[in-house]
Write a protein that binds this ligand. Structure first.
Ligand SMILES: [Zn+2]
Ligand SMILES: [Zn+2]
Length: 266
């Protein structure tokens, strides 16, 4: 099973340090055994990666929540996929996320309402597909289960498995118990993708906004089983170096930073 954090920023040339590249927008692409995937989790930068053909290789997207850093480039991705076959582009998300996107994004103001735009034969350009929470479903050859996490808007983490291996995308979330219950019961979980958005001195903001700091990450890891890989992403670019230093000081061997662009094999 492979997980890739999609890049979204220009490379610093030459790289001024050995830190992972800045990553203000979030999208992952997961591929599994027996042809499962590619499945995109979130579309922060999905519509920025490469030429239209590159973007169109991903045919399914599953959203964790409606915040702009996770949906910003949905329109560009949808346009890249549109004419590749005769089926409408499908965007999978929970009901509250779909409602937020209809009201605030595809509302004929910020962007055209692609659900109402049809071809001459009446075929819609885009469909939202509602996914359940706490109930299994299938998408792009993967078995998936969503669960609620702690964030100011309705936000869903996902356990994604190809039947052999599994990975959990915890999305944006402050401290959570439900995530670790899912880890304890989901078979073959190889890794959990966690966020660490703010440095420790911003813990008040982190807690109010439903995010983690390195200290809060440490407390989450006390709930994690030995041997589980923790893939850290979603570092706010302005505090990236500081967050990385603090996480290094935790000296927890389970932690690995995801480099934008690289594919991690689980
Ligand atoms: Zn968020
Ligand atoms: Zn976010």
């Amino acid at each position: 099973m492979f997980v890739r954090l999609l890049p979204c920023s220009f490379h610093r040339i030459p790289k001024s340090d050995d830190l992972p590249d800045s990553q203000p927008l979030t999208s992952f692409v997961v591929r599994g055994a027996q042809g499962a995937g590619p499945l995109a989790i979130d579309a922060g930068s999905l519509g920025l990666v490469g030429e239209a053909e590159d973007m169109a290789r991903v045919r399914e997207v599953l959203l964790t929540h409606a915040h702009i850093d996770h949906v910003a480039t949905l329109p560009m991705w949808i346009e890249a996929v549109l004419s590749k076959d005769r089926a409408p582009v499908k965007v999978h998300a929970t009901a509250p996320t779909i409602q937020a996107l209809r009201e605030h994004f595809f509302n004929n103001v910020i962007f055209p309402n692609f659900e109402q735009l049809t071809e001459a034969d009446g075929r819609a350009l885009m469909e939202f597909v509602e996914v359940p929470v706490e109930k299994a479903f299938e998408i792009a050859g993967f078995h998936v289960q969503g669960f609620n996490v702690e964030h100011p808007v309705p936000t869903t983490g996902y356990y994604v498995t190809d039947g052999q291996d599994g990975v959990i995308f915890a999305a944006d979330s402050g401290p959570t118990e439900r995530l670790w219950e899912v880890v304890a019961t989901a078979p073959n979980v190889r890794a959990v993708v966690l966020e660490t958005s703010f440095p420790d001195w911003m813990d008040h903001i982190a807690m109010s906004a439903g995010h983690l700091t390195p200290n809060l990450l440490k407390r989450e890891l006390e709930k994690a089983p030995e041997g589980l890989r923790i893939l850290v992403a979603h570092l706010k670019p302005a505090y990236r170096a500081e967050i990385l230093r603090s996480i290094d000081l935790l000296e927890d061997r389970r932690i690995q930073f995801i480099e934008p662009g690289a594919e991690v094999e689980l």
